[in-house]
Design a protein around this ligand. Structure first.
Ligand code: NAD
Ligand code: TYD
Length: 347
């Protein structure tokens, strides 16, 4: 048997594949289109492993996906592939609808035909807490039954994909599982997202841009903890159920930036004695910027026994160290098209 991971060349997908291969020998196929966010360097160390297969392709390519599912006797799909950056979704929403909504529907249809022939099959849809919208400071954290109130085109496209996944479960009986995870951070995180952007900009002498007043709150989870939760949901989650995943680590963006700067001050002190935090600047806010996310993951804890192993401080320390030790990785992904994006976004 084999599992098929979509979007395995991206941030969380590549971490998941590393985790998967470290915990067993069941083969994994990585189906990835290699968009700007897909990077085979994330998997360089395992690319020759016999139980790892790379399939260059699009989740929307029904025939190709069907062939991979049949030829490799796939018993589960773990679906990460998506357009994932909120700011890019504001810049151009259509590719988010094409991949996250239309692409996911093609994938579901291929999965349905495959499941009808093979029965022993699961579809794990990796979604986000952003589908639930924004919380006020004193609101309780999102639970699985929180109403959908997506605010960005990214969140709306993920919400639409969640509904289609649910519909394939309810209408056709496809064994589907959906997870809603909070903000991840860790190795191989593309530096368009807040934490790797802060590390990259700090260490290259650039401004550390915080949107608006920098007081927005995210609930941060170290990526390996997310991947472990996904393995547990895939193994023992109940089909048709949804599971929240979160680190119980709410932090304001300004505090995240100060923590990253304090770690860099320790690991890589500036020669003139300044703190990296002097580079923090407040910039124009993101339109429709969600103020606060927070996840209640008690269902996952009680049903499947999951809890995060990293605190925010231990996870950030590992992350900052990883980026310091892998500057060539960041250098390789911050070339021409990345610079074009940064120029458009931050001027
Ligand atoms: P990412 O942007 O780093 O990676 C996305 C990957 O999908 C890339 O490798 C890209 O090449 C691939 N891809 C895009 N379109 C494709 C297509 N049509 N066919 C095949 N492959 C395609 O994303 P990420 O941050 O790793 O997020 C992975 C998943 O987890 C997404 O579904 C996202 O919504 C969800 N999620 C992310 C976070 C987070 O904090 N990053 C939190 C919760 C949930
Ligand atoms: P991001 O990493 O893009 O994740 P998401 O929008 O999916 O939560 O952003 C995390 C938070 O950081 C969010 O409140 C937006 C903010 N942010 C900045 O303040 N400056 C930046 O340059 C970026 C990319 C994000």
């Amino acid at each position: 048997m084999t599992i098929l991971v979509t979007g395995g060349a991206g941030f969380i997908g590549s971490n998941f594949i590393h985790e998967w291969l470290a915990h067993g020998d069941e083969p994994v196929i990585n189906l990835d289109k290699l968009t700007y966010a897909g990077n085979l360097d994330n998997l360089r160390d395992i690319e020759d492993t016999p139980s790892y297969i790379f399939a260059h392709g699009d989740i929307a390519d029904y025939s190709q996906v069907s062939a991979w599912l049949a030829n490799f006797d796939v018993r589960a799909i773990v679906h990460f592939a998506a357009e994932s950056h909120v700011d890019r979704s504001i810049d151009g929403p259509l590719s988010f609808v094409e991949t996250n909504v239309v692409g996911t529907t093609h994938l579901l249809q291929a999965a349905l035909e495959h499941w009808r022939k093979h029965h022993n099959f699961r579809f794990l849809h990796v979604s986000t807490d952003e589908v639930f919208g924004s919380l006020e400071p004193d609101d309780p954290a999102f639970v699985e039954s929180s109403p959908y109130r997506p605010n960005s085109p990214y969140a709306a496209s993920k919400a639409a994909s969640d509904h289609l996944v649910r519909a394939y479960g309810e209408t056709y009986g496809l064994p589907v599982l959906t997870t809603h995870c909070s903000n991840n951070y860790g190795p191989y995180h593309f530096p368009e997202k807040l934490i790797p952007l802060l590390i990259h900009n700090a260490t290259t002498g650039k401004d550390l841009p915080l949107y608006g007043d920098g007081q927005q709150v995210r609930d941060w989870l170290y990526v390996a903890d997310h991947c472990r939760a996904l393995r547990m949901v895939l193994a023992n989650g109940r089909p048709g159920e949804t599971y929240n995943i979160g680190g119980n680590a709410e932090r304001k963006n300004i505090d995240v930036a100060r923590t990253v700067c304090a770690m860099l001050d320790d690991y890589l002190p500036l020669l003139d004695g300044r703190s990296y935090s002097d580079q923090i600047v407040l910039v124009r806010d993101r339109p429709g910027h969600d103020r606060r996310y927070a996840i209640n993951a008690s269902k996952l804890r009680t049903e499947l026994g999951w809890k995060p192993l990293e605190t925010f401080e231990s996870g950030i320390a590992k992350t900052v160290q990883w980026y310091i030790e892998h500057r060539e990785w960041t250098a390789a992904v911050t070339g021409g098209s990345y610079r074009d994006w940064v120029a458009r976004q931050y001027t």
